[in-house]
Design a protein around this ligand. Structure first.
Ligand code: THU
Length: 136
């Protein structure tokens, strides 16, 4: 693991430990590094009214935006299980708002990084803020 990944991984693991996931029993942690270099982490937060729960990535993004930052340079997620746990479709779009097509997204298990993608790998031909702005 690179030092960059290690810092994100440790933050995501710490957030995962606080996951509120009594319904799925599937704790997830996420960490994003912003343009300033700071790391924002979050966990999934479920709800007895199931659709009201949200993903770890959403928590991390909310922490970043709440701190006044809107540019992501790297994303890391961690979850249990044997498969590579990639971000859900909704989270790919949420990340898209604040990242570039080349932004790395590291998918981890508890032992470390299992796969590395770019945002464009996970969400090709995506729709983003620039579509709403007049092009020069
Ligand atoms: N989950 C995440 O936190 N991130 C993802 O990208 C995939 C799914 C959460 C949502 C729910 O609390 C649990 O994992 C099972 O779907």
């Amino acid at each position: 693991m690179t030092p960059e990944q290690r810092e994100l991984f440790d933050a995501a693991m710490a957030a995962k430990a606080n996951s509120y996931s009594p319904y799925s029993n599937f704790p997830v942690g996420a960490a994003v590094r912003s343009a300033s270099g700071r790391i924002y982490a979050g966990c999934n937060v479920e709800n007895a009214a199931y659709p009201q729960g949200w993903c770890a990535e959403a928590s991390a993004l909310a922490a970043m935006v709440s701190a006044g930052e809107t540019e992501i340079v790297a994303v890391l997620t961690v979850c249990d299980g044997d498969l590579v746990g990639t971000c859900c479709g909704g989270c790919r779009q949420k990340i898209r708002e604040f990242a570039s097509p080349r932004t790395p997204i590291y998918a981890c298990g508890p032992e470390g990084v299992r796969a590395e993608f770019t945002l464009d790998d996970l969400l090709p031909h995506s729709f983003g803020p620039e579509h709403l702005r007049p092009q020069p």
